[in-house]
Design a protein around this ligand. Sequence first.
Ligand code: PEP
Ligand code: MG
Length: 885
Amino acid sequence: MAANDVYVYDFAEGNKDMADLLGGKGANLAEMTNLGLPVPPGFTITTEACRAYLATGREPDGLAEQIDAHLAALEEARGKRLGDAADPLLVSVRSGARFSMPGMMETVLNVGLNDESVSGLAAQAGGDERFAWDSYRRLIQMFGKTVCEVPGEEFEHALEEAKRARDTHNDLDLGADDLRALVDSYKKIFTKHTGREFPQDAREQLNLAICAVFESWHAERAILYRRQERIPADLGTAVNVVAMVFGNLGPDSGTGVAFTRDPASGTQGIYGDYLANAQGEDVVAGIRNTIPLQELERLDKKSYDELLGIMSKLESHYRDLCDIEFTIEQGKLWMLQTRVGKRTAAAAFIIAGQLVDEGLIDLDEAVRRVNGAQLGQLMFPRFDLSDEPKALAKGVGASPGAAVGKAVFDAKRAVELAKEGEPVILVRRETNPDDLPGMIAAQGILTSRGGKTSHAAVVARGMGKTCVCGADTLEVDTRGKKFTVDGRVIAEGEVISIDGTTGSVYIGEVPVRPSAVVRYFEGEIESTEDALVKAVHRIMSHADGARRLRVRTNADTGEDAARARRFGAEGIGLCRTEHMFLGDRRELVERLILARTDGERQEALDALLPLQRADFLEIFQAMDGLPVTVRLIDPPLHEFLPPLEELAVSVAVAHERGEDVAKAEAMLAAVRRIHEQNPMLGLRGVRLGLVIPGLFAMQVRAIAQAAAECKRNGGNPCPEIMVPLVGAVQELETVRAEAERIIADAGAEDVSIGTMIEVPRAALTSGQIAEAAEFFSFGTNDLTQMAWGFSRDDVEGAFFWRYIELGIFGISPFESIDRDGVGRLVRIAVDEGRAARPDLKLGVCGEHGGDPESVHFFHEVGLDYVSCSPFRVPIARLEAGRAAI
Ligand code: PEP
Ligand code: MG
């Protein structure tokens, strides 16, 4: 990097849009400065400087000089000099990355104090010796811990010791002499651990503090936090050097935090806490009890009124809920930080609606301010907390939902109890692939270790199962089949409730209530009935008006189709017909598979035909007037027969007992005949249709007849026949030729025929395939499986957690589309398919169709629709709107 790069910006030189360079805190301090708000003067050292430092291990050329220049300006502004014995300038050195990483990185306050300037500070504070020595001891403590890695407990012990000697628990009871003695003890602790004296040179203190903040980017907890929150690892942090203002200068001073509205509910009002005569870290550390912000009005009306004025100015300027940190120094208000505040999912919708009403944002912006993940959270059933149950423990809400069940401590027991119909919660220290059957059987999973990317979290999210992980106050004793929290023992079989959204764990059964948002989608409550539902309705309506992508659903029954339609589905993108061959119909399928003659096979098909016809009729009726894509049978046939080992054992046992085994043996022979090592790459999809005479024909006939019947009854069916697993146009042409004949025979009209694109070869030869297809639907589940060579049924629990830990991918590619690889195949097929057939209809029906990130990708590449499970339909609608705005 060149020596003339700019690494330091005065607050007056930045603005809120410079967060990449100045970090969130620096950019917002600059914005507030330029708004004319009372921000203590200061400057920001850029993230670029941090990256250069971390790359080379030393400060980039030119940085020191730039800091000197800005420091001189700061000294000028305050009329004080850093390190001056008579009237010292003190500064805070604060981290501030692009994305907020609360408490993950370092801050050092009171930089600039030493054995001499401590007296100068006292003199300037009207002879307040106590304040000066307290500030000095805070510097040594923070500096020692942060910059020189002195164990923090040693300082805390010394402070406790000093309080014990005075027989008090309150820091404020320590006098100037006590604090002076404490400074001595702190200095000894510092020297013991670092082998050097506490640095007296103020500029050296500043330098070391800045480098420590840079280095804190690589602190273990910061790395972990970034991984959990998917914050890129190479951004680096900015450093803010700010003139100190003191909230601990007496009863007319103090410090506080505030929100411009309630971040939990969105309700407007004054939300915040205040602590008189204290510095910011006292609030965070919970050393003394704060008072509600409203009480500040009584203590200091002038500052209170000014604060309210600033809060309302910030809201209208940021056009959003802001959170704020402030300090009052002897009656003078100072703003130390603001940012657009985090909020709950419900508050996000409500606040967006309120801001529209207040004319601060338009509806486009309101749609941008919320997202599908938040809407998804609002659709889970919730615990009814009206009785205010006390949480036993708290972990990370890793996979949302409200689960209640008996605590069990191993996977085997979970499976046993679940088989008996008992709901269970699997409790483990952490999970591993051996726990998978138990995780599947359980209502929810609770672990005492690991975060949002742990095995438990990743697998649970993949399964849509409630999970709380990292509840670290739990001592899990799997052998003893119990866990202990704060001395309370919970044994196997005791009922617990876990909340996968908030991470709370409760003893006993907390009642569950259905989500109001789902009840609204279901049409059970009016959109005006509650504030949240009203906001959701309004934002969804606007997203619907804005989106280009249509949203269909994956549904195989009339009931699912009807529900999805209530949720806003505009047709069916995937009706999987294999689900119609289970239950009582399995026997007919067995007959089909076991048939030894054409006649036997035809008999089985003839028996299936009316059943299939009735299935389709029901679905066409539920989706009357909307397209219904019916996929011809796809899975390998062995899925309809008993497992080989199980069958072999039962035949052997029956033999032993002298029972008649002829039928069972015929079945065993058939299972052996069709057994495959790799069934997902074997006889399935279009291959079945080409190998088993009459199978696809029966399905096409049932679709065509059902459509014709529906039409005769006055309906408006819009069937689309979809052929799975095609890899070559010739496969499709063969099926198509036969299907067209059958459709014509049945007298059905307007039945289009298309294919799934789920084999990489199909994507790569899509120009040819489009000649025989009126539509493509991307089967991104198989396309991901085959592009990566990952078995979709096995790998998530087996090793994805490790891949995520290593950063090979940030999220399972089965959950969110792999844009670079699988996405490239999709782009090729879109471009080449449309080039060959400009009116080719394009959709996606893999799981990705309901994933927010992926919906944006499908919008970008120009698909016509996405299709997803009924519960994801509203999420896809919202995200499709957001993608278009
Ligand atoms: C797919 O592969 O993406 C798809 C939708 O089909 P299935 O999941 O039934 O294999
Ligand atoms: Mg598939």
